[in-house]
Design a binder for this molecule. Sequence first.
Ligand code: T3D
Length: 259
Amino acid sequence: MAETSLRSEQLDGILTLTMARPEALNALDRALKTDLLGAFRGAARDAAVRAVVLTGDGRAFCAGQDLREAGVSGAAIGREIRERYVPLVLAIARLEKPVVAAVNGVAAGAGLALALACDVRLASSAASFACAFGRVGLVPDSGVSWFLPRLVGPAWAAELVLGGDSLEAEAAARIGLVQRVVPPDELLPEAHALAFRFAQGAPLAAGLAKRALAAAQESSLEAALEYEAQLQSVAGRSADHAEGRAAFLEKRPPRFRGA
Ligand code: T3D
């Protein structure tokens, strides 16, 4: 069996995925991309997974495409992006469960894209963020040109993409790229605590809420209001909604089952 460089641990409904090629700053080779895609698709199917934490081993979150990998250059780059990066970014962004990026170190190029595709980003004070594509004569891919302006606004996105400079964690928090910065040894506990808090919500409602947030990025207020009404009529018919109301009236914590 091929050796995997993705560690996967599941505890209390939280799936923690750790990219583990520390000697190459967790750069994405084919095996790691394939394993990540499999893990996110598996998380979608597994009802026991209520939230996912994505992080990196060693001093990097992920340094992007493995620049040493043979066969990923020239015209093959477009194919690689369509066949491996696009499905992976969509598997993360469209997962109907909360995904927390615990950015422990440098996130560059496609590594930045993975962090951006997550719902929220917590950063260690040792983390940094770099578009990096321009440094190797490439343009932003894997959703960076889509996520970045929506998160930090068009001017900061332009500066990061065109300048290619690294942004330290505190600066990243100031422009809204990450939610907050914590000391390195508090990163995983904090990410797990946040994921656990998300995981206490009603799973069906969380998935529908993610759909609403995604759709609202591209719709008018009128369309968003209508879509919310449609999703609410689905959530409103769920057993979890009935349980949530009963728990409120009975002054006890709800026991959501995802139906
Ligand atoms: O190509 C396609 O398929 C299209 C998709 C493209 C998407 C992309 O991701 S393009 C952008 C690719 N990423 C980069 O350009 C970043 C390259 N790395 C760096 O610029 C630097 O390593 C960092 C700024 C991230 C960190 O610098 P530093 O000084 O802290 O570490 P280092 O010494 O450069 O790296 C440590 C080791 O990791 C080193 O290996 P060695 O010499 O000790 O054996 C280095 O080669 C390796 N490493 C770092 N990044 C990559 C990598 N190996 C392969 N691929 C990498 N991306």
